[in-house]
Design a protein around this ligand. Structure first.
Ligand SMILES: [Zn+2]
Ligand SMILES: [Zn+2]
Length: 421
């Protein structure tokens, strides 16, 4: 999730977080990083996160949303309600960081920093619990499953998240980015979304298998898939205005087992992202037209299957609530460490939590250590970004920054500033 950073800031200075808050947060982060779980299978992570919230005095409900969703409630008298959201899931990536606490689960890695988000959320709640005499209101904490598959937020809302636990005035989330650790970045332009809207499609093309030496007796789905992938590139380059931020990626293609057998089917998975929902809709319709036409052009034996596997709206943070939170961050970290970002073609299902009087605030949390950042700027290897096997946040700086950023943001909302209602 790339964030734009204006200049190299001074070496980060970790904000002060009390030892009683920081130490368990760090231990939790290392433990969760070593034991990542894929989207929808976050049993252990949800359990550990729930335990962290209970240790801070939250009333915790598990299994919200039909999966492993966790909701913690910290009530502290009359006042606003603020919701803190962090994601539970990891990715199907093989870790190559070489860290002492690297993943112990083959092929699964916290390559998007959700372990750090959870640790920071848990730390922020611990900090709010510790200082509860200074504020009034309710803190909701959500451990959301299945963010990477863009399903978890809607499932929790459909399970009555707000009806059961209260509708928040504002929902807060932060996301790791490959900017320098110790920096934060907020949306600066509220005319365009910070994060893109998206949809994802699975496609199956139906050929007729046979011998590699007699292709004329078959319908080759590999060739149909290749033609489809190439033609899909024209959806952005020829059918979408150059002024749009739009991207179409075919991230997965599977067909056949060996070189001398023409298979029966080919499967593609693709995602479409743009900064407005109508553009995503138009691109999805164009992609479907291309898939069906290439299938027909290849003489496929039946119509292709197209399945929409996810849909998420563009994220446009609330201007007033963002200004209030940004003010808190600049006061704590200094304006040089709080930069502008967006629009980004990253995508999230966090946007589902906002709207109808619920303000969303979302910011980027820089996680790159001083060494890799300076090396990259001096022409060395690029900084490993989210979803890369080498993605390795500098916890020493990024974790206390994340805790302080989230706790101070929640305090601003609890103090009644920038609320959506
Ligand atoms: Zn991710
Ligand atoms: Zn993520």
């Amino acid at each position: 999730m790339p964030a734009r950073v204006k200049e190299t800031p001074a070496p980060p200075r970790p904000p002060a977080v009390s030892r009683e808050v920081l130490r368990p947060a760090l231990e939790f982060c290392l433990d969760v990083h070593a034991h990542p779980e894929l989207s929808g299978a976050e049993l252990r992570t949800a359990d550990r996160f729930a335990a962290r919230l209970e240790a801070s005095g939250c009333t915790v409900t598990r299994g919200v949303g039909g999966g492993h969703g966790v909701v913690g409630v910290l009530r502290n008298g009359e006042g606003p309600t603020v919701m803190i959201r962090a994601e539970l899931d990891a990715l199907p990536v093989t870790e190559r960081t070489g860290l002492a606490y690297a993943s112990t689960v083959p092929g699964v890695m916290h390559a998007c920093g959700h372990d750090l988000h959870l640790a920071a959320a848990g730390g922020a709640v611990a900090e709010l619990a510790r200082t509860r005499s200074a504020w009034r209101g309710t803190v909701l904490v959500v451990g959301q499953p299945a963010e990477e598959t863009l399903c978890g937020a809607r499932a929790m809302l459909a399970d009555g998240l707000y009806e059961r636990f209260g509708t928040p005035d504002a929902v807060l989330a932060q996301h790791t980015s490959p900017a320098p650790a110790g920096t934060l970045a907020h949306a600066a332009d509220f005319r365009t979304p910070l994060l893109a809207a998206s949809t994802a499609l699975d496609v199956t093309l139906y050929g007729r298998g046979g011998h590699a030496g007699t292709p004329h007796l078959t319908v080759d789905p590999v060739l149909a898939a290749a033609a489809t992938v190439m033609r899909l590139q024209s959806v952005v380059s020829r059918e979408t205005s150059p002024a749009e931020h739009a991207v179409l990626t075919v991230g997965s293609i599977h067909a056949g087992e060996r070189g001398n057998v023409i298979p029966d089917t080919a499967e593609l998975s693709l995602c479409i992202r743009a900064l407005s929902d109508p553009v995503v809709d138009r691109m999805a319709a164009a992609a479907e037209r291309v898939v069906r036409a290439e299938s027909a052009a290849s003489g496929c034996v039946r119509e292709p299957d197209l399945t929409v596997t996810s849909r998420s709206p563009a994220l446009l943070p609330d201007p007033a609530a963002t200004a209030a939170v940004r003010g808190a961050h600049e006061a704590l970290f200094g304006p040089d460490r709080v930069t502008d970002c967006g629009p980004l073609t990253a995508t999230e299902d966090f946007a589902w939590f906002g709207g109808q009087g619920v303000a969303t605030v979302y910011w980027m949390l820089g996680v790159t250590g001083v060494g890799p950042w300076r090396a990259a700027r001096a022409g060395g290897p690029p900084v490993p970004a989210n979803h890369a096997p080498e993605f390795a946040p500098d916890l020493r700086t990024a974790l206390p920054t994340g805790i302080t950023a989230m706790a101070s943001a929640a305090r601003r909302i609890l103090d009644g500033e920038g609320n959506g209602r």
